[in-house]
Design a protein around this ligand. Structure first.
Ligand SMILES: Nc1ncnc2c1ncn2[C@@H]1O[C@H](COP(=O)(O)OP(=O)(O)OP(=O)(O)O)[C@@H](O)[C@H]1O
Ligand SMILES: [Zn+2]
Ligand SMILES: [Zn+2]
Length: 804
């Protein structure tokens, strides 16, 4: 007998352990670790991953595996190990960790149905009404009544009905019908076989015989090219002179694009210097983590490209992670231009099917380079030679949902598994990474100059308080406006950056101060001009714009703050001749629109690119000579210990867009707090000085990189229940940890309520707490049942990045 240990798709109860199942005779040798199967679990059938194959079991009775879902393992052995580690590190279920590594298209949520196992007439009346002549019903259509559920329960126990799970792959492989010639007929005289009068059929056969004797040609192409008919083709297929085959088609989103071969520039001296140790590490299979700190425009991407070249020469594979918003066509082009069809792109804007296609190319070893956002770190390569994380400081590398992993952490794990180097690149590395480089945990590589010694742009700081005193109430200072005019005169381009956060428009009554808040979340509603609606960004709640104040009935209720749209309106009034492209969530929601807008700007169809976060990174356009930041402080005052760091990073990134080519660049930063060190150091492009000062603050207040943090959030609809649970958890933590570890709270979360659930949190600050994960795991296990049944919500974040 052969058995399999299966990790089942249930996230309640003791499911981190594997369950034993018997492998049915006909599946022995076919079932392998990493495959997905359907197994019986209690009264249900559910999905699971094969963890291990064994020859014995300790159980007396084991049920057989019902169905094999994959013809090949979707998870490699490495991924199974990684999954186990990931579940431990992030305190999540093993099944959650495993599922996060495969594309969503094959993650398939099972659809639940009730199936009749007996004649309908034997059922209780309430259930007869449910089935009403059908042999099965969708679980979701069953009326939500206690009586019905209890008769279902009884009927299931009496085996009158059965609960079944329809596990269906959401993604159908796209196939096209193709034609191949039967090789037996090669080189014959077709008129002899088909008869002289079958001219059309002869033409088709001769075409194949002379041109494509071995190839599969899509049927549509044959018909179009030869101007023949389906009927003719059908006749030849019936005679078995042609074979009809389904050919799998990839939905390559870049297939209709031609990529200019990318020229390979001579490396600069400093680039050579930086590349050498990376190439050595690739050559000698060293799992070094390099931190490449290179100022904006210093040619970091070129380093990545050269390092990958080396990896490919060695017959190995590479992963390149870039933040979602800089996964622009410009970026993709550089990799596709250099490595052509060896590159797969994993982009969140792709449909689930397209993502699945790209993933399969990797799986089938048809590509050697994967470029993508966060989850591309799980690209199932088996001969990894290098992992690159560009803009390593970016917050989007942290997944803010289970499993709460950081891509950097995964990359380094995979690096050591494959004995290959990892490059973390940035102009403004996270303080955590920089501190590790200083301690020698990472190897620091630096590019201090821009390519060809192009100067860093000059940064002007404008004090907006003074503007206000001068009577200027607009979003544009005199200096910025004047410099914008200059660019228009000189036919150069400008980018204007507006921070989305803090700039969202909210509604306030000028008479009584009432602000419109979401009734379910403790957060102000945001005004959306195009639909004239107020929306909650957390739960999606919306209501029409208010015309009178609900509190005092005054009509003086207005929206406040400035959105990109308002700024655009103001800009067109101030500079009517300027052609403006606006890039924000509204203008880029349609697929491909992001790309089109950038292309238009690159082609010089606009003078000013106005946008949010999405324009801060990666743009490399030679005619941009001015970068403006409309309000530098919007992010500075968020209740988050990384606020200063984020501000410095953002200002540096935005400044880095200007003057990257022959034309000299300039920056204008508008602020209400010009003396803040984030702003002062951004003015002088001095990362070193900024990090030194920021480290001091972190040390004094006990934050990373001096302390590690873990965050436990507790939420429930009943505020008393939340407080009590949070208290219990906090005191359990305090009694379990060593005295050096601090447990702060419980306190109300910065957002006190989301989707009607009240939120409390405990923050853990520690330096060395070996039992931390097992203690947190105890909490997860202790409350597991309540979380499954009682809407209690507990989240554990081992590396919190967001405090909002
Ligand atoms: N050795 C070289 N010779 C000539 N041009 C180069 C060289 N290396 C890079 N470049 C060019 O310099 C420009 C900046 O390089 P790149 O985009 O790689 O910089 P970066 O460090 O990634 O910048 P950022 O962090 O601002 O995105 C690009 O247009 C690139 O093509
Ligand atoms: Zn809400
Ligand atoms: Zn009012």
């Amino acid at each position: 007998m052969m058995y399999a240990k299966v990790i089942v798709d249930v996230t309640a109860g003791q499911t981190n352990k594997a369950f034993d199942y018997r492998i049915p005779e006909e599946l022995i040798d076919l079932i392998l670790p990493g495959m997905r199967v359907i197994v019986p679990f209690g009264p249900r059938k559910i999905q699971g991953f094969i963890w291990e194959i064994t020859e014995n079991t300790e159980l007396d009775r084991v049920k057989p595996i019902s169905e094999m879902l994959d013809p090949y393992p979707v998870l490699t052995n490495e991924m199974l190990q990684l999954g186990q580690w990931l579940a431990e590190e992030t305190v999540c279920f093993l099944i959650t960790a495993l599922q996060s590594m495969i594309p969503s298209a094959i993650r398939a949520k099972p659809k639940k149905i009730l199936k009749l196992s007996t004649e309908e007439q034997y059922l209780p009346a309430s259930l007869q009404a449910v089935f009403a002549g059908k042999s099965s019903v969708d679980w979701n259509t069953i009326p939500n009544e206690k009586e019905i559920f209890s008769s279902i329960k009884q009927a299931v126990e009496k085996e009158e009905i059965e609960v079944d799970y329809l596990v269906k792959d959401k993604t159908k492989k796209k196939t096209i019908q193709s034609i191949r010639m039967n090789p037996q007929y090669r080189g014959v005289r077709f008129a002899d076989i088909l008869g002289n009068r079958a001219k059309k059929q002869i033409a088709v056969m001769e075409w194949f015989d002379t041109r494509y004797p071995d190839e599969k040609i899509p049927i549509k192409e044959v018909i179009d090219t030869l101007q023949t008919s389906k009927h003719t083709m059908q006749q030849l297929i019936t005679k078995e002179m042609l074979f009809l085959e389904e050919l799998e088609e990839y939905r390559d989103p870049y297939s209709d694009r031609f990529f200019e071969p990318d020229p390979r520039p001579e490396l600069t001296g400093q680039q050579k210097h930086v590349l050498a140790p990376v190439r050595t590490a690739v050559d000698h299979n060293q799992d070094t983590t390099f931190l490449l700190r290179g100022v904006t425009g210093s040619g970091k991407t070129e380093i990545y490209l050269r390092a990958i070249e080396k990896v490919l020469e060695k017959g190995e594979e590479a992963i390149v992670l870039v933040p979602e918003i800089s996964l622009t066509p410009q970026m993709v082009e550089r990799f596709k231009g250099r490595f052509g069809s060896k590159v797969a792109v994993l982009h969140s804007a792709l449909s689930a099917g397209e993502k699945y296609d790209e993933w399969r190319k990797i799986h089938r070893k048809e590509v050697q380079v994967a470029v993508g956002a966060r989850s591309a770190v799980f690209a199932p390569f088996e001969k990894l030679g290098l992992i690159i994380i560009d803009e390593e400081h970016e917050g989007s590398y942290k997944q803010e949902d289970h499993p709460r992993y950081h891509a950097r952490h995964i990359a380094i794990w995979r690096g050591s598994y494959h004995k290959c180097p990892v490059i973390l690149g940035s102009a403004t590395p996270s303080l955590e990474s920089y501190a590790r480089a200083k301690r020698g945990v990472y190897e620091l590589l630096e590019l201090k100059e821009r390519v060809n010694n192009i100067a860093m742009p000059e940064v002007n700081i404008v004090d907006m308080r003074k503007e206000l005193r001068k009577g200027n109430r607009s979003a544009f200072s005199e200096l910025l406006l004047q410099k914008l005019k200059d660019r228009l005169d000189r036919n150069e381009q400008a980018v204007l950056f507006l921070n989305r956060r803090g700039y969202s428009t909210f509604v306030m009554c000028r008479n009584c101060g009432y602000t419109a808040e979401c009734p379910h979340c403790e957060i102000t509603l945001t005004y959306h001009h195009t639909q004239r609606k107020l929306k909650c960004h957390y739960c999606g709640y919306e209501e029409p714009m208010l015309t009178t104040c609900p509190a005092c009935e005054s009509e003086h209720i207005r929206f406040f703050g400035t959105g990109t749209q308002k700024v655009e309106e103001e800009l067109t009034k101030l500079l009517p001749e300027a052609r403006v492209i606006r890039m924000d969530v509204d203008t880029t929601s349609k697929k491909g629109s992001h790309e089109k807008l950038l292309q238009a700007f690159g082609n010089g169809e606009a003078d000013i690119l106005l946008g949010t976060q999405m324009i801060a990174k990666g743009l490399d356009f030679p005619r941009i000579t001015l970068a403006g930041v409309l309000a530098a402080d919007t992010m500075l005052h968020l209740p988050d210990f990384r606020a200063s760091e984020r501000t410095f990073q953002l200002l540096t990134q935005v400044s880095g867009r200007a003057g990257r080519d022959k034309l000299t660049g300039e920056v204008v930063i508008q602020t209400y707090t010009p003396d803040h060190y984030s702003i002062e150091h951004a003015k002088t492009h001095d990362y070193e000085a900024f990090s030194l000062e920021e480290m001091g603050h972190r040390k004094r207040s006990g934050y990373p990189p001096y302390y590690y943090l873990a965050l436990v959030t507790i939420a429930h609809e009943d505020v008393v229940k939340v407080m009590q649970t949070a208290e219990k958890i906090a005191s359990f933590l305090r009694s379990s940890f060593s005295p050096q570890t601090k447990v702060l709270g419980p306190t109300v979360s910065p957002i006190a309520r989301i989707k009607d659930r009240y939120r409390y949190q405990c923050m853990i600050k520690y330096r060395n707490e070996p039992d931390l994960k097992s203690i947190l795991n105890k909490i997860a296990n202790r409350y597991q049942k309540e979380m499954a049944t009682d809407k209690l919500f507990i989240s554990i974040d081992m590396n919190p990045q967001m405090f909002m």
